[in-house]
Ligand binder design. Structure first.
Ligand code: GLU
Length: 486
Protein backbone atom coordinates (compact mmCIF):
# COMPACT_ATOMS: atom_id res chain seq x y z
CA UNK A 1 0.00 0.00 0.00
CA UNK A 2 1.29 3.43 -0.93
CA UNK A 3 2.26 5.58 2.05
CA UNK A 4 0.40 8.88 1.87
CA UNK A 5 0.93 11.71 4.32
CA UNK A 6 -0.56 15.15 4.42
CA UNK A 7 -0.68 18.47 6.06
CA UNK A 8 -4.00 20.23 6.24
CA UNK A 9 -3.31 23.85 7.01
CA UNK A 10 -6.03 26.41 7.45
CA UNK A 11 -5.17 29.46 5.38
CA UNK A 12 -4.90 32.19 7.97
CA UNK A 13 -2.53 34.42 6.00
CA UNK A 14 0.30 33.50 8.29
CA UNK A 15 2.89 30.75 7.78
CA UNK A 16 3.51 29.30 11.22
CA UNK A 17 6.80 27.58 11.92
CA UNK A 18 4.80 24.78 13.57
CA UNK A 19 3.28 23.95 10.19
CA UNK A 20 6.74 23.58 8.71
CA UNK A 21 7.88 21.44 11.64
CA UNK A 22 4.98 19.12 11.03
CA UNK A 23 5.29 19.21 7.23
CA UNK A 24 8.96 18.27 7.53
CA UNK A 25 8.13 14.95 9.22
CA UNK A 26 5.22 14.22 6.86
CA UNK A 27 7.42 15.02 3.88
CA UNK A 28 10.33 12.87 5.07
CA UNK A 29 8.10 9.93 5.84
CA UNK A 30 6.52 10.10 2.39
CA UNK A 31 9.94 10.37 0.73
CA UNK A 32 11.37 7.53 2.76
CA UNK A 33 8.48 5.24 1.88
CA UNK A 34 8.46 6.41 -1.76
CA UNK A 35 4.93 7.57 -1.13
CA UNK A 36 3.17 10.88 -1.54
CA UNK A 37 3.08 14.07 0.48
CA UNK A 38 -0.18 15.95 0.11
CA UNK A 39 -1.29 19.44 1.01
CA UNK A 40 -4.98 19.90 1.56
CA UNK A 41 -6.34 23.31 2.34
CA UNK A 42 -8.81 23.41 5.22
CA UNK A 43 -10.74 26.53 4.38
CA UNK A 44 -14.14 25.70 5.77
CA UNK A 45 -14.09 28.35 8.44
CA UNK A 46 -15.59 31.15 6.36
CA UNK A 47 -15.37 33.62 9.22
CA UNK A 48 -11.59 33.36 9.08
CA UNK A 49 -11.20 33.53 5.33
CA UNK A 50 -8.20 35.65 4.25
CA UNK A 51 -7.53 36.56 0.64
CA UNK A 52 -4.17 35.30 -0.65
CA UNK A 53 -3.58 33.18 2.45
CA UNK A 54 -3.08 29.99 0.49
CA UNK A 55 -0.12 31.47 -1.38
CA UNK A 56 1.51 32.26 1.95
CA UNK A 57 1.45 28.56 2.84
CA UNK A 58 2.71 27.41 -0.54
CA UNK A 59 5.50 29.90 -0.77
CA UNK A 60 6.70 28.93 2.71
CA UNK A 61 6.69 25.23 1.78
CA UNK A 62 8.56 26.00 -1.40
CA UNK A 63 11.16 28.03 0.46
CA UNK A 64 11.87 25.01 2.64
CA UNK A 65 11.88 22.64 -0.33
CA UNK A 66 8.97 20.68 1.12
CA UNK A 67 7.29 20.31 -2.24
CA UNK A 68 3.94 18.53 -2.21
CA UNK A 69 3.11 15.75 -4.67
CA UNK A 70 -0.57 16.65 -4.68
CA UNK A 71 -2.17 19.95 -3.75
CA UNK A 72 -4.94 22.32 -4.86
CA UNK A 73 -2.78 23.95 -7.50
CA UNK A 74 -1.05 20.87 -8.89
CA UNK A 75 -4.14 18.74 -8.47
CA UNK A 76 -3.90 14.99 -8.16
CA UNK A 77 -6.02 11.84 -8.26
CA UNK A 78 -8.23 12.93 -5.36
CA UNK A 79 -8.89 16.54 -6.33
CA UNK A 80 -10.26 18.92 -5.26
CA UNK A 81 -7.78 19.49 -2.44
CA UNK A 82 -9.54 22.58 -1.15
CA UNK A 83 -12.26 21.73 1.34
CA UNK A 84 -14.51 24.59 0.29
CA UNK A 85 -14.80 22.82 -3.07
CA UNK A 86 -15.87 19.54 -1.50
CA UNK A 87 -19.11 20.59 0.19
CA UNK A 88 -21.28 18.09 -1.71
CA UNK A 89 -19.04 15.29 -0.55
CA UNK A 90 -19.42 16.22 3.11
CA UNK A 91 -23.15 16.59 2.72
CA UNK A 92 -23.34 13.10 1.27
CA UNK A 93 -21.40 11.59 4.17
CA UNK A 94 -23.29 13.48 6.80
CA UNK A 95 -26.52 12.10 5.32
CA UNK A 96 -25.05 8.65 5.62
CA UNK A 97 -24.42 9.22 9.32
CA UNK A 98 -27.98 10.51 9.77
CA UNK A 99 -29.34 7.40 8.07
CA UNK A 100 -27.27 5.14 10.26
CA UNK A 101 -28.39 6.99 13.39
CA UNK A 102 -24.90 8.21 14.28
CA UNK A 103 -25.77 11.87 13.85
CA UNK A 104 -28.76 14.08 14.53
CA UNK A 105 -30.26 17.48 13.76
CA UNK A 106 -29.85 20.09 16.44
CA UNK A 107 -32.04 23.21 16.31
CA UNK A 108 -30.84 24.79 19.55
CA UNK A 109 -30.39 28.51 19.31
CA UNK A 110 -27.18 30.35 20.16
CA UNK A 111 -28.96 31.86 23.16
CA UNK A 112 -29.95 28.46 24.53
CA UNK A 113 -26.42 27.13 24.11
CA UNK A 114 -24.99 30.20 25.84
CA UNK A 115 -27.35 29.76 28.79
CA UNK A 116 -26.46 26.09 28.99
CA UNK A 117 -22.79 26.94 29.11
CA UNK A 118 -23.27 29.50 31.88
CA UNK A 119 -25.20 27.07 34.03
CA UNK A 120 -22.61 24.33 33.45
CA UNK A 121 -19.85 26.71 34.43
CA UNK A 122 -21.76 27.60 37.58
CA UNK A 123 -22.13 23.92 38.46
CA UNK A 124 -18.46 23.30 37.60
CA UNK A 125 -19.45 20.84 34.88
CA UNK A 126 -17.50 20.45 31.64
CA UNK A 127 -19.05 22.56 28.88
CA UNK A 128 -20.90 20.04 26.75
CA UNK A 129 -24.04 19.89 24.69
CA UNK A 130 -26.86 18.34 26.74
CA UNK A 131 -28.21 16.22 23.85
CA UNK A 132 -31.49 18.13 24.06
CA UNK A 133 -32.29 17.65 20.35
CA UNK A 134 -31.41 13.97 20.40
CA UNK A 135 -34.90 13.35 21.72
CA UNK A 136 -36.72 15.00 18.81
CA UNK A 137 -39.12 12.79 16.90
CA UNK A 138 -38.95 12.38 13.12
CA UNK A 139 -42.12 14.48 12.83
CA UNK A 140 -40.70 17.30 14.93
CA UNK A 141 -37.54 17.32 12.86
CA UNK A 142 -39.55 17.40 9.65
CA UNK A 143 -41.69 20.23 10.91
CA UNK A 144 -38.64 22.29 11.94
CA UNK A 145 -37.02 21.69 8.59
CA UNK A 146 -40.23 22.63 6.77
CA UNK A 147 -40.26 25.82 8.81
CA UNK A 148 -36.72 26.55 7.67
CA UNK A 149 -35.39 26.54 11.19
CA UNK A 150 -31.59 26.82 11.20
CA UNK A 151 -29.86 23.68 12.38
CA UNK A 152 -26.56 21.94 12.73
CA UNK A 153 -25.82 18.23 12.53
CA UNK A 154 -24.23 16.73 15.62
CA UNK A 155 -22.37 13.52 16.12
CA UNK A 156 -24.01 11.05 18.49
CA UNK A 157 -21.28 10.03 20.87
CA UNK A 158 -22.03 6.68 22.50
CA UNK A 159 -22.37 6.59 26.28
CA UNK A 160 -19.85 5.02 28.66
CA UNK A 161 -17.35 3.64 26.21
CA UNK A 162 -13.61 3.65 26.25
CA UNK A 163 -12.25 5.02 23.01
CA UNK A 164 -8.72 3.89 22.35
CA UNK A 165 -6.34 5.98 20.32
CA UNK A 166 -3.02 4.56 19.29
CA UNK A 167 -0.25 7.07 18.90
CA UNK A 168 3.08 5.88 17.55
CA UNK A 169 5.04 7.93 20.07
CA UNK A 170 3.13 7.40 23.28
CA UNK A 171 1.27 4.16 22.59
CA UNK A 172 -2.37 3.57 23.56
CA UNK A 173 -4.36 6.37 25.11
CA UNK A 174 -7.86 5.81 26.46
CA UNK A 175 -10.64 8.37 26.36
CA UNK A 176 -13.92 8.19 28.28
CA UNK A 177 -16.73 8.77 25.79
CA UNK A 178 -18.85 10.40 28.50
CA UNK A 179 -16.43 13.31 28.38
CA UNK A 180 -16.66 13.74 24.63
CA UNK A 181 -19.05 16.37 23.36
CA UNK A 182 -21.65 15.66 20.68
CA UNK A 183 -19.49 17.43 18.17
CA UNK A 184 -21.08 19.57 15.48
CA UNK A 185 -20.26 17.98 12.12
CA UNK A 186 -22.15 20.24 9.76
CA UNK A 187 -22.63 23.91 10.55
CA UNK A 188 -25.73 26.01 9.93
CA UNK A 189 -24.06 27.52 6.86
CA UNK A 190 -23.77 24.07 5.28
CA UNK A 191 -20.02 23.91 5.80
CA UNK A 192 -18.52 20.94 7.58
CA UNK A 193 -16.55 21.34 10.77
CA UNK A 194 -12.93 20.30 10.85
CA UNK A 195 -13.80 16.94 12.45
CA UNK A 196 -16.10 15.74 9.71
CA UNK A 197 -14.01 17.09 6.87
CA UNK A 198 -10.72 15.77 8.17
CA UNK A 199 -12.00 12.22 8.49
CA UNK A 200 -13.86 12.15 5.19
CA UNK A 201 -10.91 13.65 3.34
CA UNK A 202 -8.23 11.56 4.97
CA UNK A 203 -10.27 8.49 4.10
CA UNK A 204 -11.07 9.47 0.51
CA UNK A 205 -7.52 10.68 -0.10
CA UNK A 206 -6.21 7.36 1.22
CA UNK A 207 -4.04 8.96 3.87
CA UNK A 208 -2.08 6.25 5.67
CA UNK A 209 -0.13 8.29 8.23
CA UNK A 210 -1.04 11.42 10.08
CA UNK A 211 1.80 13.31 11.67
CA UNK A 212 0.50 16.44 13.32
CA UNK A 213 0.82 18.53 16.44
CA UNK A 214 -0.16 17.13 19.81
CA UNK A 215 -2.82 19.79 20.20
CA UNK A 216 -4.95 17.59 17.93
CA UNK A 217 -4.70 14.53 20.14
CA UNK A 218 -7.88 15.31 22.14
CA UNK A 219 -9.82 15.43 18.84
CA UNK A 220 -8.60 12.04 17.74
CA UNK A 221 -11.17 9.91 19.65
CA UNK A 222 -13.93 11.75 17.77
CA UNK A 223 -12.18 10.90 14.53
CA UNK A 224 -11.78 7.26 15.52
CA UNK A 225 -15.49 7.12 16.24
CA UNK A 226 -16.30 8.61 12.86
CA UNK A 227 -14.17 5.98 11.13
CA UNK A 228 -16.15 3.41 13.03
CA UNK A 229 -19.55 4.98 12.21
CA UNK A 230 -18.70 5.01 8.54
CA UNK A 231 -17.43 1.43 8.68
CA UNK A 232 -13.91 2.47 7.75
CA UNK A 233 -12.05 0.96 10.71
CA UNK A 234 -9.60 -0.78 8.42
CA UNK A 235 -8.52 2.57 7.04
CA UNK A 236 -7.74 4.38 10.28
CA UNK A 237 -4.43 6.11 9.64
CA UNK A 238 -1.43 5.68 11.92
CA UNK A 239 -1.24 8.69 14.20
CA UNK A 240 1.91 10.42 15.36
CA UNK A 241 1.31 13.47 17.50
CA UNK A 242 4.40 15.65 17.60
CA UNK A 243 5.31 17.43 20.81
CA UNK A 244 4.28 21.04 20.66
CA UNK A 245 7.11 23.59 20.40
CA UNK A 246 7.18 25.90 23.39
CA UNK A 247 8.42 29.45 23.70
CA UNK A 248 12.00 29.93 24.88
CA UNK A 249 10.88 30.35 28.51
CA UNK A 250 8.92 27.11 28.36
CA UNK A 251 5.68 28.97 29.02
CA UNK A 252 3.10 28.37 26.36
CA UNK A 253 3.45 27.24 22.81
CA UNK A 254 5.49 29.13 20.26
CA UNK A 255 3.01 31.80 19.49
CA UNK A 256 2.20 34.31 16.86
CA UNK A 257 2.35 36.99 19.49
CA UNK A 258 6.09 37.10 20.10
CA UNK A 259 6.85 37.20 16.38
CA UNK A 260 9.15 34.19 16.38
CA UNK A 261 6.52 31.81 15.11
CA UNK A 262 6.29 33.26 11.65
CA UNK A 263 8.26 31.88 8.72
CA UNK A 264 8.41 35.44 7.45
CA UNK A 265 10.47 36.55 10.43
CA UNK A 266 13.17 33.97 9.64
CA UNK A 267 13.14 34.83 5.98
CA UNK A 268 13.60 38.54 6.68
CA UNK A 269 16.36 37.92 9.21
CA UNK A 270 18.28 35.86 6.72
CA UNK A 271 18.05 32.44 8.29
CA UNK A 272 18.62 29.59 5.86
CA UNK A 273 15.73 27.19 5.35
CA UNK A 274 17.99 24.15 5.61
CA UNK A 275 19.34 25.38 8.95
CA UNK A 276 15.83 25.91 10.27
CA UNK A 277 14.79 22.39 9.27
CA UNK A 278 17.92 21.03 10.90
CA UNK A 279 17.05 22.90 14.07
CA UNK A 280 13.38 21.89 14.03
CA UNK A 281 14.28 18.23 13.78
CA UNK A 282 17.10 18.50 16.28
CA UNK A 283 14.87 19.79 19.07
CA UNK A 284 13.02 16.48 19.17
CA UNK A 285 15.36 14.00 17.55
CA UNK A 286 18.93 12.92 18.18
CA UNK A 287 21.09 11.94 15.26
CA UNK A 288 22.41 8.41 15.86
CA UNK A 289 26.03 9.65 15.57
CA UNK A 290 25.36 12.56 17.90
CA UNK A 291 25.72 15.03 15.03
CA UNK A 292 24.03 18.36 15.41
CA UNK A 293 24.47 19.54 11.85
CA UNK A 294 22.92 17.28 9.28
CA UNK A 295 20.60 17.61 6.32
CA UNK A 296 17.05 16.45 5.91
CA UNK A 297 18.15 13.27 4.14
CA UNK A 298 19.58 12.06 7.43
CA UNK A 299 16.25 12.47 9.15
CA UNK A 300 14.64 10.62 6.28
CA UNK A 301 17.17 7.82 6.72
CA UNK A 302 16.25 7.45 10.38
CA UNK A 303 12.56 6.99 9.62
CA UNK A 304 11.40 3.41 9.66
CA UNK A 305 7.83 2.98 8.57
CA UNK A 306 7.78 -0.57 9.91
CA UNK A 307 8.94 0.23 13.39
CA UNK A 308 6.25 0.98 15.98
CA UNK A 309 7.54 4.48 16.61
CA UNK A 310 8.29 5.23 12.94
CA UNK A 311 10.77 7.84 14.12
CA UNK A 312 12.43 7.86 17.47
CA UNK A 313 11.61 11.32 18.72
CA UNK A 314 10.97 12.54 22.21
CA UNK A 315 7.42 13.13 23.34
CA UNK A 316 8.59 15.97 25.58
CA UNK A 317 7.69 19.47 24.42
CA UNK A 318 10.87 21.21 23.23
CA UNK A 319 11.67 24.87 23.79
CA UNK A 320 12.47 27.14 20.93
CA UNK A 321 15.91 28.61 21.41
CA UNK A 322 16.64 31.35 18.90
CA UNK A 323 20.28 31.62 20.00
CA UNK A 324 20.85 27.96 19.19
CA UNK A 325 19.22 28.39 15.81
CA UNK A 326 21.45 31.41 15.15
CA UNK A 327 24.49 29.35 16.00
CA UNK A 328 23.35 26.59 13.68
CA UNK A 329 22.65 29.06 10.93
CA UNK A 330 26.17 30.44 11.32
CA UNK A 331 27.55 26.92 10.96
CA UNK A 332 25.67 26.52 7.69
CA UNK A 333 27.00 29.84 6.44
CA UNK A 334 30.57 28.83 7.21
CA UNK A 335 30.14 25.46 5.51
CA UNK A 336 28.94 27.10 2.32
CA UNK A 337 31.28 27.85 -0.58
CA UNK A 338 31.96 31.55 -1.19
CA UNK A 339 30.07 31.29 -4.46
CA UNK A 340 26.99 29.82 -2.82
CA UNK A 341 27.02 32.36 -0.03
CA UNK A 342 27.39 35.18 -2.55
CA UNK A 343 24.40 33.87 -4.45
CA UNK A 344 22.32 33.64 -1.27
CA UNK A 345 23.30 37.13 -0.24
CA UNK A 346 22.52 38.53 -3.66
CA UNK A 347 19.08 36.97 -3.51
CA UNK A 348 18.58 38.17 0.03
CA UNK A 349 19.81 41.71 -0.62
CA UNK A 350 17.84 42.40 -3.77
CA UNK A 351 17.95 46.15 -3.12
CA UNK A 352 21.64 46.36 -2.29
CA UNK A 353 22.98 49.67 -3.64
CA UNK A 354 26.22 48.08 -4.90
CA UNK A 355 25.70 44.37 -5.53
CA UNK A 356 29.16 44.08 -7.09
CA UNK A 357 30.78 44.46 -3.67
CA UNK A 358 28.94 41.44 -2.22
CA UNK A 359 31.26 38.84 -3.78
CA UNK A 360 34.55 40.43 -2.61
CA UNK A 361 33.11 40.94 0.87
CA UNK A 362 31.97 37.36 1.28
CA UNK A 363 35.34 35.85 2.27
CA UNK A 364 35.80 38.72 4.74
CA UNK A 365 32.49 38.28 6.54
CA UNK A 366 31.85 34.57 6.27
CA UNK A 367 33.39 33.81 9.67
CA UNK A 368 31.66 36.75 11.28
CA UNK A 369 27.99 36.43 10.37
CA UNK A 370 25.32 34.17 11.78
CA UNK A 371 22.51 35.20 9.50
CA UNK A 372 22.36 36.95 6.16
CA UNK A 373 21.06 40.18 7.68
CA UNK A 374 24.28 40.44 9.73
CA UNK A 375 26.03 41.13 6.45
CA UNK A 376 24.25 44.49 6.23
CA UNK A 377 25.17 45.54 9.76
CA UNK A 378 28.76 44.62 9.17
CA UNK A 379 29.26 46.13 5.73
CA UNK A 380 26.73 48.90 5.46
CA UNK A 381 29.45 51.50 6.00
CA UNK A 382 30.94 50.69 2.61
CA UNK A 383 28.01 51.97 0.63
CA UNK A 384 26.76 54.52 3.11
CA UNK A 385 28.82 57.21 4.86
CA UNK A 386 28.62 56.45 8.57
CA UNK A 387 26.89 58.54 11.19
CA UNK A 388 29.62 59.05 13.72
CA UNK A 389 28.91 58.69 17.39
CA UNK A 390 31.36 60.17 19.87
CA UNK A 391 30.59 57.41 22.34
CA UNK A 392 32.13 54.92 19.94
CA UNK A 393 35.34 56.96 19.72
CA UNK A 394 35.45 57.19 23.51
CA UNK A 395 35.67 53.42 23.74
CA UNK A 396 39.14 53.60 22.18
CA UNK A 397 41.74 54.33 24.80
CA UNK A 398 43.70 56.97 22.92
CA UNK A 399 44.28 60.51 24.15
CA UNK A 400 44.25 63.49 21.77
CA UNK A 401 42.31 61.59 19.18
CA UNK A 402 42.00 64.60 16.94
CA UNK A 403 45.78 64.93 16.62
CA UNK A 404 46.20 61.25 16.05
CA UNK A 405 43.52 61.35 13.36
CA UNK A 406 45.26 64.30 11.74
CA UNK A 407 48.45 62.23 11.64
CA UNK A 408 46.58 59.28 10.19
CA UNK A 409 45.16 61.53 7.51
CA UNK A 410 48.60 62.82 6.57
CA UNK A 411 50.07 59.32 6.40
CA UNK A 412 47.25 58.18 4.15
CA UNK A 413 47.83 61.12 1.87
CA UNK A 414 51.51 60.30 1.64
CA UNK A 415 51.16 56.56 1.12
CA UNK A 416 51.93 55.42 -2.41
CA UNK A 417 48.93 54.19 -4.36
CA UNK A 418 47.71 51.54 -4.81
CA UNK A 419 48.03 50.94 -1.09
CA UNK A 420 49.65 47.70 -0.10
CA UNK A 421 48.73 45.71 2.95
CA UNK A 422 52.29 45.44 4.34
CA UNK A 423 53.03 49.11 3.79
CA UNK A 424 49.74 50.07 5.42
CA UNK A 425 50.52 47.87 8.44
CA UNK A 426 54.06 49.15 8.82
CA UNK A 427 53.11 52.81 8.36
CA UNK A 428 50.56 52.77 11.15
CA UNK A 429 52.57 50.56 13.47
CA UNK A 430 55.40 53.04 13.15
CA UNK A 431 53.04 55.93 13.69
CA UNK A 432 51.63 54.25 16.81
CA UNK A 433 55.13 53.86 18.18
CA UNK A 434 55.98 57.45 17.39
CA UNK A 435 52.86 58.73 19.13
CA UNK A 436 53.30 56.27 21.97
CA UNK A 437 50.00 54.47 21.60
CA UNK A 438 49.24 50.80 21.17
CA UNK A 439 49.20 49.55 17.57
CA UNK A 440 45.87 47.83 18.23
CA UNK A 441 44.32 51.12 19.34
CA UNK A 442 45.72 52.85 16.29
CA UNK A 443 44.01 50.41 13.92
CA UNK A 444 40.84 50.58 15.95
CA UNK A 445 40.81 54.36 15.55
CA UNK A 446 41.23 54.03 11.79
CA UNK A 447 38.45 51.47 11.75
CA UNK A 448 36.04 53.76 13.56
CA UNK A 449 37.02 56.74 11.43
CA UNK A 450 36.35 54.76 8.29
CA UNK A 451 33.24 52.87 9.34
CA UNK A 452 31.78 54.50 12.42
CA UNK A 453 31.80 51.11 14.13
CA UNK A 454 34.08 49.04 16.32
CA UNK A 455 33.50 45.81 14.46
CA UNK A 456 33.99 45.44 10.71
CA UNK A 457 35.40 42.85 8.37
CA UNK A 458 39.25 42.92 8.28
CA UNK A 459 40.30 46.54 8.06
CA UNK A 460 42.68 46.67 5.14
CA UNK A 461 40.50 44.47 2.93
CA UNK A 462 37.48 46.61 3.75
CA UNK A 463 39.42 49.74 2.87
CA UNK A 464 40.36 48.21 -0.43
CA UNK A 465 36.70 47.72 -1.25
CA UNK A 466 35.83 51.16 0.04
CA UNK A 467 38.51 52.77 -2.13
CA UNK A 468 41.46 54.97 -1.25
CA UNK A 469 39.77 58.29 -2.04
CA UNK A 470 36.73 57.52 0.05
CA UNK A 471 38.90 56.33 2.93
CA UNK A 472 40.89 59.56 2.94
CA UNK A 473 37.70 61.59 2.63
CA UNK A 474 36.16 59.89 5.64
CA UNK A 475 39.21 60.35 7.85
CA UNK A 476 39.34 64.01 6.79
CA UNK A 477 35.66 64.45 7.60
CA UNK A 478 36.18 63.04 11.07
CA UNK A 479 39.09 65.41 11.70
CA UNK A 480 36.87 68.28 10.64
CA UNK A 481 33.98 67.10 12.73
CA UNK A 482 36.11 66.49 15.74
CA UNK A 483 35.58 69.87 17.40
CA UNK A 484 31.92 68.98 17.51
CA UNK A 485 32.81 65.99 19.60
CA UNK A 486 34.87 67.96 22.15
N1 GLU B 1 -6.46 22.37 9.98
C1 GLU B 1 -5.69 21.78 11.01
C2 GLU B 1 -4.49 22.69 11.24
O1 GLU B 1 -4.60 23.84 10.96
C3 GLU B 1 -5.29 20.38 10.63
C4 GLU B 1 -5.09 19.46 11.76
C5 GLU B 1 -4.77 18.07 11.27
O2 GLU B 1 -3.67 17.89 10.77
O3 GLU B 1 -5.60 17.19 11.39
O4 GLU B 1 -3.45 22.33 11.72
Amino acid sequence: MEVRTRIAPSPTGYAHLGTIYQAMFDFCLAKKAKGKFIVRIEDTDRARFVEGAEEVVFSALEWFGLTPDEDPIKGGPFAPYRQSERLDIYRKYVNLLLEKGHAYHCFCTKERLAELRISQEKDKLPPMYDKCCLGLSADQIKENLDNNMPYVIRMKIPKSEVIKVHDSLVGDIEFDSNLIDDQVLLKADGFPTYHLAVVVDDYLMKITNIIRGKEWLPSTPKHILLYRFFGWEDSIPKYTHLPVILNADGKGKLSKRDGHASVDFYKKEGFLPEAILNYLSNIVWNHPDGKEIYDLKELEKAIDINSPKIINITSQAPRFDLKKLEWMNGEYIRKMSDEDLTKRLEDFLVDHPAPEIIAPLVPLVKERIKKLSDFILLTNFITEAPEYDMEVFKRIKVENQKDVLQNIYEELQKMEKPWKSEVFEKTFKDLAQKLDIKAGDMFQLIRVAVSGQLVTPPLFESIQILGEEETIKRVASVVQKYPLFD
